[in-house]
Design a protein around this ligand. Structure first.
Ligand code: IMP
Length: 462
């Protein structure tokens, strides 16, 4: 057109996020990953979206409440990255404790819900397989009182095999025709250990080969040198979301030793194994406003006073084990240290609705051996919380009690939550804004989102 220059609008930057839990897990990472997936898909820019996992196994349980075919559905994943429910591509990194049978089951479940999952499935040739015997060993140790209150998913025995090297079965070996021979050697090498804890391994080889027969056929063609494929996604400008599992307090080196899980959870560990670079990603720490913990281990802000009632009222039961989670007050000492170790660019605070109408104090120091400190010691045994002089209480709505089951809450309540999301941060109660301001100063990281409901989309991004 004469006299007019055409303005080309630069393409939006792809969504590149790593989402990690910063206390003891169960913060609601799956829901936040889902928000970023929905954001990526809302661009409708034709780029691929891939969701990758880099550690952990079926000890993780990501619960999503998604609106599909006119109704809210609950969807839980343990093995699969939660993007499957949105039909994204998915990637399993080499640091995962991988159970192919569970992945296939979860894909089938997603398939039924969304009417045909057809994303690409990329599985690192290097990832190790978590077998039934890992679960049996884990369970036997727990039953003998020699564990740390694990999820009995085989996690510690699996990573022991990773460290032992010769007893790790890689995905490449799993797909190969030599798989039965490899498994025979592994079971032979583990014979003494299995027998020592009373596990009968006769017939186990044949049983496992048979049990995994169709999975090996079904997943043929999905084994890749993942670091190179992920680098290609980067080059193509794809949306990439990395999904952490558990929370930093359970990191095998930097967590509450020995009451940790067995993998490296901290965000910066993810990048080299996926062929990606930290500088290309925002690291988002997910922090539940209050604290919960399952399994053994000390927990400085643990409480049994009336504040703990929020656990039952809001369904604080493990997604993997069904165990009741212990509840405590916010622990900003732990949050600050773990936001730092993860190199977080921002924090999403979750479950702000669950603490409404409750007086809530916050822990800003620990008393260790009579001394007040703001550093987290190796052992949390005997550590006492030191609370700030300020407590917080807010109310988001009148008349509706929070429900532990988001699928059955009254539609009016869902509508109230939606209004809060529409009105944004400015529409939140003053006490919540004050909580956020104090939190961000203390934790030294800015809050970029506040979630006020369990369902997808019920998060206010600041
Ligand atoms: P494992 O990872 O099953 O070996 O369990 C070791 C410890 O980590 C136990 O205290 C578990 O309860 C805890 N744990 C493992 N996975 C999760 C999780 O996803 N959320 C919360 N706690 C977990």
């Amino acid at each position: 057109m004469d006299g007019m220059t055409s303005v080309s609008i630069p393409p939006r930057r792809p969504v590149r996020k790593l989402v990690t839990g910063i206390i003891w897990g169960d913060e609601g990472k799956g829901k936040i990953v889902d928000d970023y997936v929905c954001l990526a898909q809302s661009f409708e820019d034709g780029r691929d979206t891939v969701v990758a996992r880099f550690q952990g196994g079926e000890n993780a349980g990501h619960t999503l409440y998604v609106f599909i075919n006119g109704k809210w559905e609950r969807f839980v994943t343990h093995a699969a990255p939660s993007g499957i429910i949105r039909n994204t591509d998915i990637a399993i990194g080499p640091g995962v404790a991988f159970n192919p049978l569970s992945l296939i089951e979860e894909i089938k479940k997603a398939d039924r819900l969304i009417g045909g999952y057809n994303g690409r499935i990329l599985i690192s040739n290097r990832v190790g397989i978590c077998f039934d015997y890992h679960k049996m060993i884990d369970s036997a140790r727990e039953s003998a009182g020699k564990g740390v209150g694990s999820t009995r998913s085989g996690i510690a025995p699996f990573y022991e095999d990773v460290a032992r090297k010769t007893t790790r079965v890689t995905f490449q070996e799993y797909l190969s025709d030599k798989f039965p021979d490899k498994l025979r050697q592994v079971l032979e090498d583990k014979k003494v250990e299995l027998e020592a804890i009373g596990i009968n391994h006769s017939g186990m080889l044949e049983m496992l080969v048979e049990k995994h027969k169709s999975a090996r056929q079904g997943l043929r063609g999905h084994g890749v040198d993942l670091e190179y494929r992920m680098a290609e996604y980067m080059k193509r400008g794809a949306h990439i979301i990395i999904e952490g599992a558990q929370g930093s307090g359970l990191d095998v080196d930097m967590g509450d030793i020995p009451n940790t899980t067995s993998s490296h959870l901290l965000a910066p560990n993810a990048f080299p194994s996926l062929g990606l670079k930290r500088k290309d990603f925002d690291i988002i720490g997910v922090e539940k406003i209050y604290v919960t913990r399952v399994g053994d281990g000390d927990f400085p802000t643990y409480t049994t006073d009336s504040f703990a009632e929020i656990g039952d009222l809001n369904g604080e039961f493990g997604a993997s084990t069904g165990r009741k989670r212990r509840v405590g007050y916010p622990d900003w000492v732990m949050a600050r240290r773990n936001a730092w170790l993860n190199d977080c660019d921002g924090i999403v605070l979750t479950r702000a609705d669950c603490v409404q109408d409750r007086e809530m104090k916050v822990c800003v120091a620990y008393e260790v051996d009579g001394k007040v400190r703001t550093e987290v010691p190796v052992s949390l045994t005997g550590v006492k919380p030191v609370y700030s002089g300020t407590s917080y209480k807010w109310k988001l709505w009148e008349g509706h009690r929070n429900l532990a089951d988001p699928l059955n809450e009254p539609p009016e309540l869902t509508a109230i939550r939606a209004d809060y999301v529409k009105n944004g941060f400015d529409g939140l109660p003053g006490a919540m804004k004050e909580f956020k301001r104090h939190h961000d100063e203390f934790v030294d990281c800015k809050t970029v989102g506040i979630s006020i409901g369990a369902k997808s989309g019920e998060t206010i991004y600041v």
